[in-house]
Design a protein around this ligand. Structure first.
Ligand SMILES: [Zn+2]
Length: 152
């Protein structure tokens, strides 16, 4: 993990953090009041932003990170280099370094390499992690028993 002032980041990562911070305003979180914005950077430079969307039945709720991933995947993207995440109580400044939940980390592991960069922003400072730091012993394709789609 590395922590830095957002101003010190390369422009693309600064833009990614600011997109996540803005996307947080679109969150639909009437139950937890915890709003999250995420911005996912595909290897081709496209940014896919998402926010958390809650539901009265709770289970259908989707985190901002997965929202961003699923939008990207549905548009055909498969290679990603970084995601920025910003979260906090509704109507308040971002909390310090809201990190992805376990389910979102597992989704990241499905599509990203171990060096995939996860940026947690509080609006001013940013903590940078690799996916491997956040999910060191992940369940992957090799454990699932799926070796190829040829036999499916
Ligand atoms: Zn999550």
């Amino acid at each position: 993990m590395k922590e830095t002032d957002k101003k010190e980041l390369p422009e693309i990562y600064r833009n990614l953090c600011e997109t996540a911070e803005k996307m947080r305003q679109n969150s639909y979180a009437p139950y937890s009041h915890w709003t999250v914005g995420a911005a996912l950077l595909a290897e081709n430079g496209e940014i896919y932003a998402g926010c958390n969307v809650e539901n009265a039945a709770y289970t259908p709720t989707c985190c901002g990170e997965r929202n961003a991933f699923f939008q990207a995947i549905s548009k055909g993207e498969r290679k990603f280099s970084a995601i920025a995440v910003c979260g906090g109580n509704q109507g308040k400044p971002a909390a310090s370094f809201c990190s992805p939940c376990g389910v979102c980390r597992q989704v990241m592991a499905e599509f990203c390499e171990k060096d995939f960069c996860v940026l947690l922003t509080d609006g001013k400072n940013v903590r940078l992690y690799t996916l491997e730091e956040l999910l060191p012993v992940s369940f992957g394709e090799e454990l699932s028993g799926r070796t190829s789609y040829e036999n499916v």
